[in-house]
Write a protein that binds this ligand. Structure first.
Ligand code: THU
Length: 137
């Protein structure tokens, strides 16, 4: 197995593990996310819902917060785990933009679920013609 494949496997395992920690009593749709940062460390997050529905957090937002609190600022790869493989659990629009803040356009976004389902997109595929930090520099 190549190092790249091993990193992808580790990231997917971490995202599926994080999915198990989701707090999703309202949607009953647990999501986990795992970020590989610029130094090879992994940061995880899960969705955290709230009785006041719009206040809930997505898994990607939680993982980004964990990365920032660890002092890291680059997403080299991100895995998102959710659903049952019948439909892709791709990041919502807001989370695509959240990822965009810290990732290059060719960053791999791995979508997976606990049943072995996997598919990979680049960030640019998910968020074409995007607006990012360089627009403000
Ligand atoms: N969810 C995420 O955590 N990430 C996404 O990108 C898509 C949606 C969560 C939000 C909510 O807790 C549940 O999935 C159902 O929408």
């Amino acid at each position: 197995m190549s190092l790249d494949q091993k990193l992808a496997d580790d990231l997917i395992t971490a995202a599926i593990g994080a999915m198990g920690r989701a707090y999703a009593p309202y949607s009953k749709f647990p999501v986990g996310a795992a970020i590989l940062d610029e130094d090879g460390a992994i940061h995880v997050g899960a969705n955290v819902e709230n009785a006041a529905y719009p206040v809930g957090n997505c898994a990607e937002a939680s993982a980004i917060a964990a990365m920032i609190m660890a002092g890291k600022h680059k997403i080299m790869k991100i895995a998102v785990a959710g659903g049952d493989g019948k439909m892709l659990c791709t990041p919502c629009g807001a989370c695509r933009q959240r990822i965009r803040e810290f990732a290059a356009l060719d960053t791999p976004v791995l979508i997976c679920d606990p049943n072995g389902f996997r598919v990979q997109f680049s960030l640019e595929t998910l968020l074409p013609e995007s607006f990012g930090p360089e627009h403000l520099s």
